[in-house]
Design a binder for this molecule. Structure first.
Ligand code: IPE
Ligand code: IPE
Ligand code: MG
Length: 258
């Protein structure tokens, strides 16, 4: 197993990616969209490895949205088959590399075969801790918030006790810190219903790069952008510290009253 580099502040603990652009990648090559999705799996395998090597603890990827059922039946069934093929091809290596696979999404409405393959992958890698790879499958941010409310109510949480922490405990990815870096490939500048709750303070990076072309160098570019960002979380940040702002200016010009 490769050695994980020590974690540094400028490396995000949790990276979330909307892997978009597979269809356009294929169209540019006069190939069917399905081959774009297949190339997308190859990109993902490399990015998982690169993420682990850089000390990222959590990688969450949008593989199939709750809205993707709207696509032609042929594409949807192709994506389901590709998931099964990808798991059987890559699971052994991912397991050996210390990757823990977790699934976020509504598995009640996927076929038994797909559901079992996803649950088997989770079970097979449960002992791993180097990198947690969450595959968001039949996932939607709104679905996640609604199911968290439902589960909290079912667990007996009273309305006046249903605060942010209580709801977070029932979100699909309650085991992970919130994403620090949210990347979307493929050029679209939107969230498309991914991790709406968890991304409240994620740094957003949008790139024109189509997902099958995304690699370790592209990841490094996104990480470099992230490292330059100042995260303020509503505070004034390092450049504002010590200036005192309006309160300081007012008290300085007053006659000494607080
Ligand atoms: C993202 O690529 C993969 C899935 C949604 C499953 P797309 O299939 O959306 O590719 P484009 O956006 O059409 O290029
Ligand atoms: C988001 O991409 C979903 C995944 C990458 C799985 P879409 O291609 O479905 O998003 P829209 O339709 O462009 O918003
Ligand atoms: Mg798309």
């Amino acid at each position: 197993m490769a050695v994980t580099s020590p974690h540094s502040e400028s490396v995000p603990r949790h990276v979330a990616i909307v892997m978009d652009g597979n269809g356009r990648w294929a169209r540019k090559r006069f190939m069917p969209r399905g081959l774009g999705h297949k190339a997308g799996v190859d990109a993902l395998v490399k990015v998982v490895q690169a993420s682990a090597d850089r000390g990222i603890g959590y990688l969450t990827v949008f593989a199939f949205s709750s809205e993707n059922w709207k696509r032609p039946e042929e594409e949807v069934s192709g994506l389901m088959s590709l998931l099964l093929v990808a798991l059987s091809k890559h699971l052994t290596k991912l397991k050996a590399d210390g990757v823990r696979i977790r699934i976020a999404g509504d598995l009640a409405n996927v076929s038994e075969k797909v559901r079992n393959a996803l649950l088997d992958a989770e079970a097979a890698t449960v002992g791993n801790a180097r990198l947690t790879l969450t595959v968001a499958f039949n996932y939607g941010g709104r679905w996640d918030i609604v199911q968290a409310c439902q589960r909290a109510i079912a667990a007996g949480v009273a309305a006046d006790k249903l605060d942010e922490a209580a709801l977070s405990r029932h979100m699909a990815m309650s085991y992970a810190p919130d994403p620090d870096l949210f990347i979307r490939t493929g050029g679209e500048v939107r969230l498309s219903n991914f991790l709406l709750w968890q991304s409240a303070y994620a740094e957003l990076v949008f790139t024109e790069c189509l997902w099958p072309d995304f690699d370790a160098d592209e990841l490094d570019r996104a990480l470099a952008v992230y490292a330059q960002r100042e995260r303020r979380f509503g505070d004034v940040g390092s450049s504002g510290q010590g200036e005192g702002g309006i309160g300081h200016a007012l008290s300085a010009s007053s006659s000494g009253n607080p």
